[in-house]
Design a protein around this ligand. Structure first.
Ligand code: ADP
Ligand code: ADP
Ligand code: MG
Length: 667
């Protein structure tokens, strides 16, 4: 076929995907001066990729089949916008040969291999026949045409248990079963076939020896339409859950330089067997000594950024240049390995509830600045909705450093500084994973997460530091809001004229026991006490939205988000969610919707923390009352406007006296 028909210069690129990968592709395309066209479903009208692109076309209803997977509608969107090329991202139509062909037939450049290459490599069985011929090492197994039970059973016996039954058309870890003995085989085949039929419309199976203590190693390759083919080193993706990657790194910490060269050479040989054009990945499973080919992915991979960070190559840019019909800009010996990179996939899921997906609106989306070797590839922002229709991956946090150790530290710090509210994410789980001593020591296999699950998902137990930090966070926040007013007595902490004052906080983690923290302050230094233990304490604002807490002369950074009675804390001990049990703070349901702020007990007004006319979030501090030598801050029981303050500092008020009026925010 005339290659100029397949690959030629274009100016407008349609991205047939959503989420972080659509955003990622738009970034590089725009950098190359291309006009970008997004496509979207009804659920994604306000999605980030739609906002980023120059133009966007509605494909159809939320269901992927009616939108992102609908070939006709995607091609029609290209026609309507004058797009000349299509980048498929990963997932969706990226490995669909029919789609690649439909693009070509409509005069569009498909950014990827030809339909024929996809067909040859797309099936796990078919590609193994090719690899066998090319002399690439395979896992011992059966990948023949015959599918009757007797043939499969005989093959499994010959291979020797345990075996892995796999859907030939499989992807994303689906249609796969480990079988430990002959007796389990028939049932496993039936259920794997059922899953494969539903997911891929194809239930052909292959059988492989289940490699013991398996590690996943893969090689990034890219070919141009002039016969040049390069490998860009390997990635190790051994940290998996249910055969799905969670953490990926480059280079593999398991291979020595000789093994590295061998696996990269095997990958080039594999890709050369089909004169591969475009970016692709050759996947291997390893027992720690040898590597065996398992499959090829004929697309850009989720984890491509780690390769980009250690080679300095922008893979999307190279994909587009190959699609222009250009030659690859470097030769094999110019591709250098520099440092170490590691990536964590941030999912909207709850590790404590068996990784159940979490859907809803993202209230807060905070990620650290992408500096000092940190990269964040995100597909979501503040206020975006996470829909149940698509993959739960929200973003990737990727770190680079000169050494593996430093890259892990950097990644963990990046994760610690990432804060998503409104939905549940796996971020705490990712932090626990990357800081696990076995992960640092690289003594892992693909079963590691499953074995360590209890440990990896256990919420950290808060200690003195966390309880003190919680009390300090409340006080710190109150002082901050009071500080906005001129002449506020809260500007200096020891503001009370005489005597020592105290204030009691009670916190609890989930359904755990309650912990009392007492704050005493007055003439001398302020003191926090928990039971018999006492800590002199101070706080000072820090630049990243958190504050520095000094306890008995030891300073550490605390990040705290206070939402009503829920406190999200990050201390050097990790992440903690605490509930603030406040007897006077609108804990009771009756108070919700009540627009009068009344004194719960007789007391003295000691501070006004908000001004008349101020817009208040639910839980925002309004004023502080001193009751029986203890202070209680009255908070907004709902979001609204502070209509009137009906008291002054120093007023002695009786129980039930109205102190302020709050007007609910209209919905
Ligand atoms: P790899 O992780 O090696 O690239 P996968 O098969 O796990 O291989 O990656 C593709 C996965 O990405 C699919 O399971 C698919 O559900 C998911 N996916 C597809 N499109 C998107 C997207 N836009 N954002 C996030 N995930 C997606
Ligand atoms: P998918 O298309 O779902 O990515 P793969 O064939 O790549 O399917 O397998 C997914 C994962 O399962 C691999 O990353 C690897 O960890 C594990 N795996 C695959 N084949 C074997 C095997 N023969 N022995 C042990 N583990 C395997
Ligand atoms: Mg795979």
């Amino acid at each position: 076929m005339d290659r100029s028909k397949l690959y030629r210069r274009f100016h407008t690129l349609l991205i047939a995907n959503r989420g972080e990968i659509a955003c990622r592709v738009i970034r590089s395309a725009r950098g190359m001066g291309l006009r970008t066209v997004a496509v979207y479903s009804e659920a994604d009208r306000d999605a980030m990729h739609v906002a980023m692109a120059d133009e966007a076309v509605l494909l159809g209803p939320a269901r992927a089949r009616d939108s992102y997977l609908n070939i006709e509608r995607v091609i029609e969107a290209a026609r309507r916008t004058g797009a000349e090329a299509v980048h498929p991202g990963y997932g969706f139509l990226s490995e669909n040969a029919e789609f690649a062909q439909a693009c070509l037939d409509s005069g569009l450049v498909f950014v990827g291999p030809t339909a024929a290459m996809m067909t040859a490599m797309g099936s796990k069985s078919g590609s193994k026949v090719l690899m066998e011929k090319a002399g690439v090492p395979l896992v011992p197994g059966y990948h023949g045409e015959a599918q009757d039970e007797a043939v499969l059973a005989k093959a499994a016996d010959k291979i020797g248990f345990p075996v892995l039954v796999k859907a030939s058309a499989g992807g994303g870890g689906r249609g796969m079963r480990v079988v430990n003995s002959a007796g389990e085989l028939a049932a496993a085949i039936v259920s794997a076939k059922r899953e494969a039929k539903a997911a891929f419309g194809d239930d052909r199976m292959l059988i492989e020896k289940f490699v013991q203590n398996p590690r996943h190693i893969e090689v990034q390759i890219i070919g141009d339409s002039h016969g040049n083919l390069l490998s860009l080193f390997e990635r190790e993706c051994t940290l998996q859950r249910r055969h799905q990657k969670v953490i990926e790194e480059a280079p593999s910490p398991t291979l020595d330089p000789k093994q590295r060269e061998a696996v990269c050479a095997a990958a080039r040989k594999a890709a050369a067997a089909v004169n591969y054009v475009g970016a692709g990945t050759i996947e291997f499973v390893s027992d720690g000594k040898e590597v065996f080919f398992i499959e090829m992915n004929t697309r850009l991979q989720v984890e491509h950024p780690v390769t980009e960070l250690v080679t300095g190559v922008d893979l999307v840019e190279w994909q587009l240049r190959v699609a222009f019909g250009e030659r690859l800009p470097m030769a094999q010996d110019e591709i250098r390995l520099n440092g170490h990179a590691i990536e964590a996939r941030v999912y909207a899921e709850n590790p404590q509830k068996n990784f159940m997906p979490s859907v809803g609106r993202i209230r807060t989306w905070r990620t650290p600045a992408a500096v000092d070797g940190l990269r964040i590839d995100a597909g979501y922002r503040d206020g975006d909705a996470v829909s149940p229709h698509y993959d739960a991956m929200l973003a990737k946090v990727i770190a680079w450093a000169p050494t593996r150790h430093a890259a892990i530290e950097r990644l963990n710090r990046g994760l610690e500084q990432t804060d998503v509210r409104g939905i549940v994410t796996n971020i705490p789980f990712l932090s626990a994973l990357v800081t696990h001593p076995d992960v640092r020591a690289n003594v892992i296999d693909t079963g590691f997460i499953e074995r360590e699950l209890t440990k990896l998902t256990a919420p950290g137990a808060p200690g003195d530091l966390e309880f003190c930090a919680a009390a300090a966070a409340v006080v710190h926040e109150e002082r901050k809001s009071a500080g906005k007013e001129a002449h506020s007595p809260w500007q200096t902490f020891g503001w009370m004229p005489v005597g020592e004052r105290q204030r009691v906080f009670v916190f609890r983690q989930a359904t755990g026991a309650e912990q009392k923290v007492t704050l005493r302050y007055g003439a001398g230094p302020s003191v926090l006490s928990i039971g018999e233990r006492e800590f002199a304490f101070e706080t000072s604002a820090a630049e990243d939205g958190g504050f520095d807490l000094t306890l008995d002369g030891m300073k550490s950074r605390v990040i705290a988000v206070i939402e009503g009675h829920e406190l999200y804390l990050r201390t050097r001990g990790g992440r903690f969610d605490l509930h603030w049990v406040d007897p006077f703070g609108g804990e009771t349901e009756e108070q919700v919707g009540e627009d009068k702020i009344v004194a719960p007990l007789p007391g003295t007004v000691v501070a006004l923390l908000a001004e008349e006319g101020a817009k208040l979030e639910k839980g925002a501090a309004i004023l502080t009352l001193e009751v029986m030598k203890m202070e209680q801050t009255l908070r907004a029981p709902f979001a609204g406007v502070l209509k009137k303050i009906k008291c002054r500092v120093g007023d002695i008020v009786g129980e039930g006296v109205e102190l302020a009026e709050l007007e609910p925010a209209s919905a």
